[in-house]
Design a binder for this molecule. Structure first.
Ligand code: C5P
Length: 296
Protein backbone atom coordinates (compact mmCIF):
# COMPACT_ATOMS: atom_id res chain seq x y z
CA UNK A 1 0.00 0.00 0.00
CA UNK A 2 1.25 3.51 -0.86
CA UNK A 3 2.19 5.85 1.99
CA UNK A 4 -0.03 8.94 2.23
CA UNK A 5 1.40 12.13 0.66
CA UNK A 6 3.17 14.68 2.86
CA UNK A 7 1.76 17.62 0.84
CA UNK A 8 -1.61 18.19 -0.74
CA UNK A 9 -2.81 21.09 -2.92
CA UNK A 10 -6.57 21.62 -3.16
CA UNK A 11 -8.92 24.29 -4.46
CA UNK A 12 -11.61 25.50 -2.07
CA UNK A 13 -14.52 26.74 -4.16
CA UNK A 14 -17.13 29.46 -3.60
CA UNK A 15 -20.90 29.01 -3.99
CA UNK A 16 -24.02 30.97 -4.80
CA UNK A 17 -27.63 30.07 -3.97
CA UNK A 18 -30.00 29.96 -6.94
CA UNK A 19 -32.83 29.79 -4.45
CA UNK A 20 -32.91 30.68 -0.76
CA UNK A 21 -36.08 30.63 1.25
CA UNK A 22 -35.87 31.02 5.03
CA UNK A 23 -38.62 29.09 6.79
CA UNK A 24 -39.29 28.92 10.54
CA UNK A 25 -36.90 29.75 13.38
CA UNK A 26 -36.01 26.58 15.31
CA UNK A 27 -35.57 25.83 19.01
CA UNK A 28 -31.77 25.77 18.53
CA UNK A 29 -31.78 29.35 17.14
CA UNK A 30 -31.13 28.31 13.53
CA UNK A 31 -33.67 28.66 10.72
CA UNK A 32 -34.98 25.91 8.51
CA UNK A 33 -34.23 26.59 4.86
CA UNK A 34 -35.09 25.55 1.38
CA UNK A 35 -32.14 26.37 -0.80
CA UNK A 36 -30.28 25.40 -3.97
CA UNK A 37 -26.49 25.61 -3.60
CA UNK A 38 -24.25 25.99 -6.62
CA UNK A 39 -20.47 25.55 -6.56
CA UNK A 40 -18.50 28.16 -8.57
CA UNK A 41 -15.20 28.04 -10.38
CA UNK A 42 -13.96 30.89 -8.11
CA UNK A 43 -11.76 29.35 -5.41
CA UNK A 44 -9.09 29.81 -2.74
CA UNK A 45 -5.87 27.83 -3.34
CA UNK A 46 -4.69 25.65 -0.45
CA UNK A 47 -1.46 23.82 0.27
CA UNK A 48 -1.45 21.42 3.21
CA UNK A 49 1.67 19.85 4.70
CA UNK A 50 1.81 17.20 7.41
CA UNK A 51 3.73 18.22 10.57
CA UNK A 52 4.88 16.31 13.65
CA UNK A 53 2.42 15.41 16.43
CA UNK A 54 3.28 18.54 18.42
CA UNK A 55 3.42 20.76 15.30
CA UNK A 56 0.02 22.41 15.93
CA UNK A 57 -2.01 24.06 13.17
CA UNK A 58 0.14 26.66 11.42
CA UNK A 59 -1.90 29.06 9.25
CA UNK A 60 -0.17 31.09 6.53
CA UNK A 61 -1.56 33.60 4.02
CA UNK A 62 -4.87 34.31 5.78
CA UNK A 63 -5.95 37.96 6.02
CA UNK A 64 -4.83 39.47 9.34
CA UNK A 65 -8.41 40.26 10.37
CA UNK A 66 -9.39 36.57 10.55
CA UNK A 67 -8.77 35.56 14.18
CA UNK A 68 -6.60 32.40 13.91
CA UNK A 69 -8.28 30.94 17.02
CA UNK A 70 -11.73 30.93 15.40
CA UNK A 71 -10.60 30.33 11.82
CA UNK A 72 -12.73 27.46 10.50
CA UNK A 73 -9.60 25.77 9.13
CA UNK A 74 -8.24 25.47 12.66
CA UNK A 75 -11.65 24.40 13.98
CA UNK A 76 -11.84 21.64 11.34
CA UNK A 77 -8.38 20.40 12.40
CA UNK A 78 -9.36 20.51 16.09
CA UNK A 79 -12.61 18.63 15.39
CA UNK A 80 -10.80 15.76 13.62
CA UNK A 81 -8.07 15.64 16.31
CA UNK A 82 -10.73 15.36 18.98
CA UNK A 83 -12.72 12.66 17.13
CA UNK A 84 -9.69 10.61 16.10
CA UNK A 85 -7.18 10.95 18.96
CA UNK A 86 -3.62 10.08 17.99
CA UNK A 87 -4.45 9.83 14.30
CA UNK A 88 -4.30 13.47 13.15
CA UNK A 89 -0.99 15.24 13.89
CA UNK A 90 0.16 18.77 13.09
CA UNK A 91 -0.61 20.61 9.88
CA UNK A 92 0.78 23.61 8.01
CA UNK A 93 -1.83 25.33 5.86
CA UNK A 94 -0.95 27.94 3.26
CA UNK A 95 -3.74 29.76 1.44
CA UNK A 96 -4.01 32.12 -1.48
CA UNK A 97 -7.34 33.78 -0.61
CA UNK A 98 -9.48 34.92 -3.53
CA UNK A 99 -13.03 34.52 -2.21
CA UNK A 100 -14.06 37.77 -0.47
CA UNK A 101 -15.12 37.60 3.19
CA UNK A 102 -18.66 38.35 4.29
CA UNK A 103 -19.74 38.11 0.69
CA UNK A 104 -22.27 35.29 1.04
CA UNK A 105 -20.08 33.08 -1.15
CA UNK A 106 -19.36 30.51 1.57
CA UNK A 107 -15.57 31.05 1.65
CA UNK A 108 -15.08 30.12 5.32
CA UNK A 109 -17.39 27.10 5.10
CA UNK A 110 -15.67 25.92 1.94
CA UNK A 111 -12.23 26.27 3.59
CA UNK A 112 -13.45 24.12 6.52
CA UNK A 113 -14.68 21.38 4.16
CA UNK A 114 -11.42 21.49 2.17
CA UNK A 115 -9.44 21.10 5.40
CA UNK A 116 -11.45 18.02 6.43
CA UNK A 117 -10.93 16.51 2.97
CA UNK A 118 -7.17 17.22 3.13
CA UNK A 119 -6.70 15.83 6.65
CA UNK A 120 -8.74 12.75 5.78
CA UNK A 121 -6.26 12.02 2.97
CA UNK A 122 -3.00 13.15 4.61
CA UNK A 123 -3.68 11.24 7.82
CA UNK A 124 -5.61 8.32 6.30
CA UNK A 125 -8.56 8.89 8.63
CA UNK A 126 -10.76 6.76 6.37
CA UNK A 127 -13.96 8.82 6.50
CA UNK A 128 -16.39 8.43 3.59
CA UNK A 129 -17.89 11.53 1.94
CA UNK A 130 -21.20 10.81 3.73
CA UNK A 131 -19.43 10.62 7.09
CA UNK A 132 -17.56 13.86 6.39
CA UNK A 133 -20.82 15.59 5.48
CA UNK A 134 -22.35 14.59 8.81
CA UNK A 135 -19.28 15.56 10.84
CA UNK A 136 -18.79 18.85 8.98
CA UNK A 137 -22.25 20.11 10.01
CA UNK A 138 -20.69 20.74 13.44
CA UNK A 139 -18.53 23.43 11.83
CA UNK A 140 -21.35 25.34 10.10
CA UNK A 141 -24.58 24.94 8.19
CA UNK A 142 -23.04 25.36 4.71
CA UNK A 143 -19.95 23.21 5.30
CA UNK A 144 -21.55 19.82 4.35
CA UNK A 145 -22.42 21.15 0.87
CA UNK A 146 -18.72 21.78 0.11
CA UNK A 147 -17.70 18.18 0.81
CA UNK A 148 -19.15 17.19 -2.56
CA UNK A 149 -19.88 20.60 -4.15
CA UNK A 150 -21.66 20.59 -7.50
CA UNK A 151 -25.28 21.64 -7.31
CA UNK A 152 -27.60 20.48 -4.52
CA UNK A 153 -30.86 21.21 -2.78
CA UNK A 154 -30.30 22.01 0.91
CA UNK A 155 -32.91 21.61 3.63
CA UNK A 156 -32.91 21.65 7.44
CA UNK A 157 -30.43 24.39 8.33
CA UNK A 158 -28.74 23.69 4.98
CA UNK A 159 -27.02 20.42 5.89
CA UNK A 160 -29.58 17.96 4.48
CA UNK A 161 -28.50 17.66 0.87
CA UNK A 162 -29.96 16.25 -2.32
CA UNK A 163 -27.67 16.48 -5.36
CA UNK A 164 -28.90 17.91 -8.67
CA UNK A 165 -27.05 16.43 -11.61
CA UNK A 166 -26.49 17.56 -15.19
CA UNK A 167 -26.49 21.31 -14.61
CA UNK A 168 -25.03 22.96 -17.73
CA UNK A 169 -22.53 25.84 -17.62
CA UNK A 170 -24.04 29.16 -16.60
CA UNK A 171 -22.05 32.38 -16.52
CA UNK A 172 -22.18 34.98 -13.79
CA UNK A 173 -20.69 38.37 -13.18
CA UNK A 174 -19.90 38.78 -9.47
CA UNK A 175 -19.79 42.24 -7.92
CA UNK A 176 -18.20 42.49 -4.47
CA UNK A 177 -19.35 45.54 -2.53
CA UNK A 178 -16.73 47.10 -0.24
CA UNK A 179 -18.43 45.87 2.96
CA UNK A 180 -19.22 42.28 3.89
CA UNK A 181 -22.22 41.12 5.95
CA UNK A 182 -22.06 38.61 8.81
CA UNK A 183 -24.40 35.65 8.33
CA UNK A 184 -25.74 35.82 11.90
CA UNK A 185 -26.54 39.54 11.55
CA UNK A 186 -28.28 38.97 8.21
CA UNK A 187 -30.56 36.35 9.80
CA UNK A 188 -31.26 38.76 12.67
CA UNK A 189 -32.25 41.54 10.25
CA UNK A 190 -34.44 39.14 8.29
CA UNK A 191 -36.42 38.44 11.47
CA UNK A 192 -37.00 42.18 11.98
CA UNK A 193 -38.15 42.62 8.38
CA UNK A 194 -41.41 40.80 9.18
CA UNK A 195 -43.18 38.10 7.21
CA UNK A 196 -41.75 37.35 3.80
CA UNK A 197 -43.85 37.49 0.68
CA UNK A 198 -45.03 34.14 -0.59
CA UNK A 199 -45.66 33.33 -4.20
CA UNK A 200 -42.29 33.80 -5.89
CA UNK A 201 -41.10 30.95 -8.07
CA UNK A 202 -40.65 27.82 -6.02
CA UNK A 203 -37.84 25.37 -5.55
CA UNK A 204 -39.20 22.94 -8.14
CA UNK A 205 -39.23 25.62 -10.79
CA UNK A 206 -35.59 26.54 -10.13
CA UNK A 207 -34.52 22.90 -10.30
CA UNK A 208 -36.41 22.42 -13.56
CA UNK A 209 -35.03 25.64 -15.08
CA UNK A 210 -31.47 24.76 -14.06
CA UNK A 211 -31.24 21.47 -15.86
CA UNK A 212 -33.80 21.79 -18.65
CA UNK A 213 -34.79 25.31 -19.52
CA UNK A 214 -31.71 27.53 -19.87
CA UNK A 215 -30.72 30.97 -18.53
CA UNK A 216 -33.83 33.02 -19.47
CA UNK A 217 -36.14 30.72 -17.55
CA UNK A 218 -33.64 30.36 -14.72
CA UNK A 219 -33.48 34.18 -14.47
CA UNK A 220 -37.21 34.26 -13.69
CA UNK A 221 -37.01 31.47 -11.12
CA UNK A 222 -34.06 32.73 -9.01
CA UNK A 223 -35.16 33.82 -5.53
CA UNK A 224 -33.46 34.95 -2.31
CA UNK A 225 -35.37 36.02 0.84
CA UNK A 226 -32.39 38.10 2.03
CA UNK A 227 -32.99 40.57 -0.81
CA UNK A 228 -35.92 41.91 1.22
CA UNK A 229 -33.44 43.01 3.90
CA UNK A 230 -30.81 44.33 1.50
CA UNK A 231 -33.26 46.40 -0.53
CA UNK A 232 -33.00 49.15 2.10
CA UNK A 233 -29.26 49.56 1.33
CA UNK A 234 -28.30 52.11 -1.27
CA UNK A 235 -25.17 50.24 -2.39
CA UNK A 236 -27.25 47.10 -3.05
CA UNK A 237 -29.82 49.06 -5.08
CA UNK A 238 -27.04 50.73 -7.08
CA UNK A 239 -25.32 47.43 -7.83
CA UNK A 240 -28.58 45.80 -8.95
CA UNK A 241 -29.39 48.78 -11.21
CA UNK A 242 -25.87 48.79 -12.66
CA UNK A 243 -26.04 45.07 -13.45
CA UNK A 244 -29.48 45.55 -15.04
CA UNK A 245 -28.10 48.43 -17.10
CA UNK A 246 -25.14 46.28 -18.14
CA UNK A 247 -27.67 43.87 -19.61
CA UNK A 248 -27.75 40.89 -17.24
CA UNK A 249 -30.77 38.58 -17.34
CA UNK A 250 -31.15 38.78 -13.57
CA UNK A 251 -29.17 40.39 -10.76
CA UNK A 252 -29.43 38.56 -7.44
CA UNK A 253 -27.95 38.50 -3.95
CA UNK A 254 -25.46 35.73 -3.10
CA UNK A 255 -26.42 33.84 0.09
CA UNK A 256 -27.00 36.28 2.96
CA UNK A 257 -25.01 38.98 1.10
CA UNK A 258 -23.25 41.16 0.24
CA UNK A 259 -22.01 39.95 -3.19
CA UNK A 260 -24.40 40.51 -6.07
CA UNK A 261 -24.35 38.17 -9.09
CA UNK A 262 -25.58 38.96 -12.59
CA UNK A 263 -26.70 36.03 -14.72
CA UNK A 264 -25.51 36.21 -18.34
CA UNK A 265 -26.91 34.55 -21.47
CA UNK A 266 -23.55 32.89 -22.21
CA UNK A 267 -19.82 33.36 -21.77
CA UNK A 268 -19.34 36.16 -24.34
CA UNK A 269 -22.38 38.02 -22.97
CA UNK A 270 -20.77 37.77 -19.52
CA UNK A 271 -17.53 39.34 -20.79
CA UNK A 272 -19.52 42.12 -22.55
CA UNK A 273 -21.45 42.78 -19.34
CA UNK A 274 -18.28 43.12 -17.31
CA UNK A 275 -16.89 45.66 -19.83
CA UNK A 276 -20.13 47.66 -19.71
CA UNK A 277 -20.27 47.47 -15.94
CA UNK A 278 -16.79 48.99 -15.69
CA UNK A 279 -18.19 52.14 -17.37
CA UNK A 280 -21.28 52.33 -15.15
CA UNK A 281 -20.16 51.49 -11.66
CA UNK A 282 -17.06 52.21 -9.63
CA UNK A 283 -16.93 48.66 -8.33
CA UNK A 284 -14.38 47.61 -5.73
CA UNK A 285 -13.99 44.34 -7.55
CA UNK A 286 -15.91 42.50 -10.17
CA UNK A 287 -15.14 39.20 -11.90
CA UNK A 288 -16.72 36.92 -14.47
CA UNK A 289 -17.27 33.40 -13.20
CA UNK A 290 -18.51 30.03 -14.45
CA UNK A 291 -19.97 27.18 -12.42
CA UNK A 292 -17.45 24.64 -11.19
CA UNK A 293 -16.98 21.45 -13.15
CA UNK A 294 -19.05 22.56 -16.17
CA UNK A 295 -17.89 22.56 -19.78
CA UNK A 296 -17.59 26.18 -20.90
O1 C5P B 1 -24.08 27.66 10.64
P1 C5P B 1 -23.30 28.94 10.64
O2 C5P B 1 -22.27 28.97 11.73
O3 C5P B 1 -22.72 29.28 9.32
O4 C5P B 1 -24.37 30.08 10.97
C1 C5P B 1 -24.02 31.38 11.38
C2 C5P B 1 -25.24 32.03 11.97
O5 C5P B 1 -26.26 32.22 10.97
C3 C5P B 1 -25.94 31.19 13.04
O6 C5P B 1 -25.40 31.44 14.31
C4 C5P B 1 -27.38 31.64 12.95
O7 C5P B 1 -27.54 32.87 13.61
C5 C5P B 1 -27.55 31.94 11.46
N1 C5P B 1 -28.15 30.81 10.71
C6 C5P B 1 -29.50 30.53 10.90
N2 C5P B 1 -30.06 29.48 10.20
C7 C5P B 1 -29.34 28.77 9.31
C8 C5P B 1 -27.98 29.06 9.10
C9 C5P B 1 -27.40 30.09 9.83
O8 C5P B 1 -30.19 31.17 11.69
N3 C5P B 1 -29.94 27.79 8.63
Amino acid sequence: MNAPPKHLSLLSHAKVNWFLRVLDRRQDGYHNLETVFQELELSDEFDFERQPENGGCVLQGFPADIDPQVNLVRRAWELLRQRFPGKVHGIRVHVNKRIPRGGGLGGGSSNAATTLLALNTLYEVGLSADEMQILSAELGSDVPFFIRGGCAIGRGRGELLEPISRVPAYHLLLVFPPHGVSTGEAYGRLGQAGPRAAGSAGLTEVVHALSMAGPSRLAKAIHNDFEAVMRAELSFQQTISALDEAGCLRAFLCGSGSTVAGLAKDKSHCVEMSERLGNILDVAQCITCTLAGCAT
